[in-house]
Ligand binder design. Structure first.
Ligand code: UT7
Length: 328
C-alpha cells in the first residue's frame, strides 16, 4: 500500500424490527430450536417489512455512518453497495441510495461478491481514496435475504436474516488505517451457493418460478468446509501482509454465518472469545451486511478503541473470500 493512510471514520447499522425466532421456524419447517442453536448458534434473525427494500435498510445505516463521521451527504464522493439482493436488476441500489441520501456529488455502483462483498467494497474504496481520486467513500453491505429464501427449505431458511451496515472511509492520521487487504475467488465452487433464476442464463419464467429457481440454494456441508479453510488462510495472509502476528489482534470481526465457523477461526488464531465480535445468535447470516453490522455494533458498544488492531475476515458465494487488517 502507498503512504496515504485510509481508514474508517464513521460506522452505522440498521436491522428491521421484525424478529423471526427459532420457535417461529419450528412452525414452518421440520426443525427444532435445539438443532438450530447447536449446529449454527443462531437464535433469531430480523426480517424486513413488506415495503422495505435493500436501499431502505442501506439508507438507515448510511445516515448513521455519515453522521458518525461528522460529515454531510454532500461530502460523499463515492457510494459502493455490496449486495446480492439489489432493489432491482438496475439501476444499481447504490444509485437509488445516492438519491435518497441527497449525495449529489457521489459516483455510485453496486458490488456483487456475496458475503465477502463488504471487504471487497472496503478494498475498492480504499484504493480510490489512496490514489487521490476521491476523499470520502461510503461502503455499505446490505441484504434482504428473506426475499430470496425458500421458507420450505430447512437447509437454508434457518440461517438468513436482513440488515445493513455502513462505513465511511477517509484519510486518517499516520499509524492508523488499513494495513492489508486479501481478496480471493474460486469460481469452480460457484454452484455450491447460488441463485440461478432470473439471470440471462435462466430468465424468469413460469417454469423457473415453479421450479423454485428464484430462491437461493446451497450445499451447506461443502460451504462449511470451504469456510473453515479459507477463514484461516485469508486471516494468516492478511496478518502477514500487515507485518503482524496472531497475538497482535485486538478484535476479530468475522462474517457471521455459523458460530462453529467462528469458533474454528478463534482456535486457529489462538484468540479468546472476548476478542471477537459475535452477533450471529441475534441476526443470523446477513450476507454482505454481517461484518459491517458487527463492526458498527461493536463501535456503538464502546468495544473498539483508538489504536486497536482489527481483523476482518469473510467468505461467501462465488466462491469468494476476503480479509483485512485495520488499525482503528
Ligand atoms: O455466508 C455463507 C453462507 N453459507 C454458510 O455459511 C453455510 C455453511 N454451512 C453450515 O453452516 C452448515 O453446513 C449447516 C448449518 C447449513 C448445516 O449443518 P451441518 O452440521 O453441516 O448439517 P448437515 O447438512 O450435515 O445435516 C445433518 C443432518 C441431516 O440429516 P441426516 O441426513 O443426517 O439424517 C440434515 O437433513 O441435519 C439435517 N438437517 C436439519 N435438521 C433439523 C438439516 N437442516 C436441518 C434443520 N433442522 N434446519
Amino acid at each position: 500500500m502507498n503512504d496515504t493512510q485510509v481508514g474508517i471514520i464513521g460506522t452505522g447499522f440498521y436491522v428491521p424490527d421484525k424478529v423471526l425466532s427459532n420457535q417461529d421456524l419450528e412452525k414452518m419447517v421440520e426443525t427444532s430450536d435445539e438443532w438450530i442453536v447447536t449446529r449454527t448458534g443462531i437464535k433469531e434473525r430480523r426480517i424486513a417489512a413488506a415495503d422495505q427494500a435493500t436501499s431502505d435498510l442501506a439508507f438507515e445505516a448510511a445516515k448513521k455512518a455519515i453522521a458518525n463521521a461528522g460529515l454531510a451527504a454532500e461530502d460523499i464522493d463515492l457510494i459502493i453497495v455490496a449486495t446480492v439482493t439489489p432493489d432491482k436488476f438496475f439501476p444499481a441500489t447504490a444509485v437509488i441510495l445516492q438519491e435518497k441520501l441527497g449525495a449529489r456529488k457521489a459516483a455510485a455502483f453496486d458490488l456483487s461478491a456475496a458475503c465477502s462483498g463488504f471487504i471487497y467494497g472496503l478494498a475498492t474504496a480504499s484504493n480510490f481514496i489512496s490514489t487521490g481520486m476521491y476523499r470520502h467513500a461510503l461502503v455499505i453491505g446490505a441484504d434482504v435475504l428473506s426475499r430470496i429464501t425458500d421458507y420450505t427449505d430447512r437447509n437454508t431458511s434457518i440461517l438468513f436474516g436482513d440488515g445493513a451496515g455502513a462505513a465511511v472511509l477517509g484519510r486518517v492520521p499516520k499509524g492508523r488505517g488499513f494495513r492489508s487487504f486479501v481478496l480471493g475467488a474460486d469460481g469452480s465452487g460457484g454452484e455450491l451457493l447460488q441463485l440461478e433464476g432470473g439471470g440471462s442464463r435462466c430468465p424468469s419464467s413460469v417454469e423457473s418460478v415453479q421450479q423454485g429457481r428464484h430462491y437461493l440454494r446451497m450445499n451447506g456441508k461443502e460451504v462449511f468446509k470451504f469456510a473453515v479453510r479459507v477463514m484461516d488462510s485469508a486471516s494468516e495472509e492478511a496478518l502477514r501482509k500487515a507485518g503482524l502476528e496472531k497475538t497482535d489482534i485486538d478484535l476479530l470481526v468475522p462474517h457471521q454465518a455459523n458460530i462453529r465457523i467462528i469458533q474454528s477461526a478463534l482456535e486457529r488464531l489462538e484468540l479468546s472469545k472476548d476478542k471477537c465480535v459475535i452477533n450471529v445468535d441475534r441476526y443470523g447470516n446477513v450476507s454482505a451486511a454481517s461484518i459491517p453490522i458487527a463492526l458498527a455494533e461493536a463501535v456503538e458498544q464502546g468495544k473498539v478503541h483508538e489504536g486497536d488492531r482489527l481483523l476482518f475476515v469473510g467468505f461467501g458465494g462465488g466462491l469468494t473470500w476476503g480479509a483485512s487488517v485495520l488499525v482503528w
